[in-house]
Ligand binder design. Sequence first.
Ligand code: ARG
Ligand code: ZN
Length: 841
Amino acid sequence: QPIYRKDYTLSEYLIHTTELEFDLTETQTIVTSKISFYKNPKSNKKTNILFLDGIDLELISILVDKAKPDYKLVEQGLEINNLADEFILEIKNCIHPEKNTSLYGLYQSNGNFCTQCEAHGFRQITYYLDRPDVLSVFTTHIKADKQKYLVLLSNGNLIKQINGSTTWHDPTPKPCYLFALVVGNFALKEDTYITLSGNEVTLKIYVQAHNINKTQFAMAALKRSFAWEEKRFGLEYDLDIYMIVAVDDFNMGAMENKGLNIFNTTYVLASIDTVTDKDFIDIEAVIGHEYFHNWTGNRVTCRDWFQLSLKEGLTVFRDQEFTSDLHTRSIKRIEDVNTLRTLQFAEDMSSMQHLVRPEHYIEMNNFYTLTVYEKGAEIIRMVHTFLGEVGFQKGMQLYFQRFDGDAVTIDDFIQSMSDANNFDFDQFMYWYSQSGTPEVSIVSDYNHNDKTFKVFIRQHSQCDYFFPLRFALLDDTGTKLESGILTVKDKEQIFIFNNMDVEPTPSWLRGFSAPIKLKSDLTFKQKIFLVRHDSDAFNQWDNAQQLWLSLILIPSSINQDLFFDAIEKVLKNTFLDGSCVSLVQDKSLICEILTLPSEQFLHQQQEIIDVFEVHDKREKVINKIIERFKLLFSKIYSKLNIYQPYELTPEAVGNRALKNICLYYLAISGEFELAFEQFKSANCMNDKMASLKALIVSDNSYKNIALDGFYHEFKNDTQVMDKYFSIQSSASTANVESIKVLMQHKLFSFNTPNRLRSVIGSFSQNYVNFHNQQGYELLTNIIIKLNQSNPQIGAKLTSVYNHWQRFTPKLKALQKQQLEKILAIENLSNNIFEIIQAALK
Ligand code: ARG
Ligand code: ZN
């Protein structure tokens, strides 16, 4: 049943042109296709049989060169025999988007039609060669009731429009996973962008009418994406029109369909009153991400789905750079690494552990993962670190020179980087062919007599990885004595630094230059020093994280007073006495330094996950922080809590971040008045949410007043209501009963993934309240329902159980029961089956 990477073969037939006609009504959609096939000149097999993918389609008619062909319907498709080397296939079939709850293929959201074809959704629309290496030029005719549906869109340029019908022509050959169709009623936000070479591009964002006043930020972000792509990568847009459509019902974030992106409304709609600072920056990043796919994904696409990271790893790297260039690089890096280490490293320890370039899959949609995306991006980042910006851009140019218009592999990409720079990446390819997180240790030795500083690096993995280790050696004022990049490639390596007059403090793996677990011999004192003096902000934060981790898990292992003294200096030094108020990112960084490792991250450090123990230990440290810093937090809060018009500058974002973390700690200490004051007076959603989060840390007299107020103010705003639900599901006071109550709420909707994520997704991360028999049963019943209605989301939620083997015996046994219960249901989807099977293996 699985499909293997090693089994890749060329398609026997290719496609010149694809002409589609959609006739959409409320009760059915008729799809008519006219596809011109030709024998693949690269294939030397003698075959005259063609298999076309097709799922849940009602075939109405089929003609090959106007005659009835020799064909048969087979499982998951259609087989045609006795074909010529060139022929025209004409098919008519019927589908039912109005009944499609899987949000895959053609479906409806709020009465509007839209599509999601990646990875294999097109086969639910019509019979086709549904594989990314078959590219063709698409023409699409759309017909729909003109009284009902005013907007009829597909990829490319609008070439004809007459009453109730449109024709679109996309001149760029593309695989069918990039096809999109949208029909319905939308309000339009329009603008233009003039490319570097002077071409005028029409930019259109379609949203439901009541959201039109929340499109301004997305439009500006889109223009910034166009401009950044030109400036940093020298790449321009290639069509005259770029459209974004936002829908409420969407399985993921967004989709890069050629010239017609379809987005989850979460990643389009923005206003100061409805989204947080982080939301703004995430929205901009996703808009950028989908735009950057136009070159890395669409112009050059994937040969097969095992190559997914070719486009996703690279495009995530590019969107990370976009955000870094536009906002604060060090903070962006801290956030990205934190996500990687919390979620991807955990994925590496779970039953769904897989390669960045997987070897097999049953359901491709299960592989749109942190490993493929985020670890994939880290690998590209290492290439960039080795080659530098100039070398990397040279590689990109060669890549496009060689492969523009093609469907290629990860090897093709790395080969371009290699050839353009004369750099050997052979050993580097282990990153794609070894799974798991590499473990590396580093020990140093200073010799007073000969003034040498020796560094011993050791790899503990099955293979020797090739990676860049960015470092600096600092003197006791934090000045660099030496810095650069060590190239690590052997099992054991020694580096020697001479003429070190004083013993340096090393700052290893600056900026997290490789996605590894590094164990160093840094002492407690050195870590404290680095928190305060490292000029690499990432390492300042990382050393603080390591110290928090020790303090939480093994309190006796570090000197708490000394650590807290250092934290106090970080807090005070930077602005209370005015002595060094220089760097704008400081306040954001202080906030990061003050943030404890999440429970999820702490679980990873445990041999056996004990959610209750971790929670309690972490709470203890929170209380210690409050005990020590409460007064200081009050001072900082009142100093920062001054009225300022909303801005999204690093300075303003940092102010709010630090102010709000103080508010949070103060609330835990029992001071709810401040939070309630802020709740009432906040001039932006960021501060409103922060105060609400502070108010719900425990039961108090303001909690329900605030929640009710929030509900009444925003009940008509779907996006804000997702926050309303998720904040309650994540609350320490949540339990299975309260979640069931939320699911009875009139705004709860089982078929809207965003709402399901905000209630069930959030609750599944609420460890101490979720991990019990009732919690599991609740989740399992939902998964069983989703198996029918939306297996993609069902599989995502099933993945909650991927870590079951690492839990304490009782919870472990309970989770196993759940997996077995799901496995036993009838008609189990491939999506969920693959997850369960891996978990029980
Ligand atoms: N290509 C999209 C993006 O990352 C995501 C598509 C996810 N598709 C899926 N079937 N899970 O921009
Ligand atoms: Zn992507």
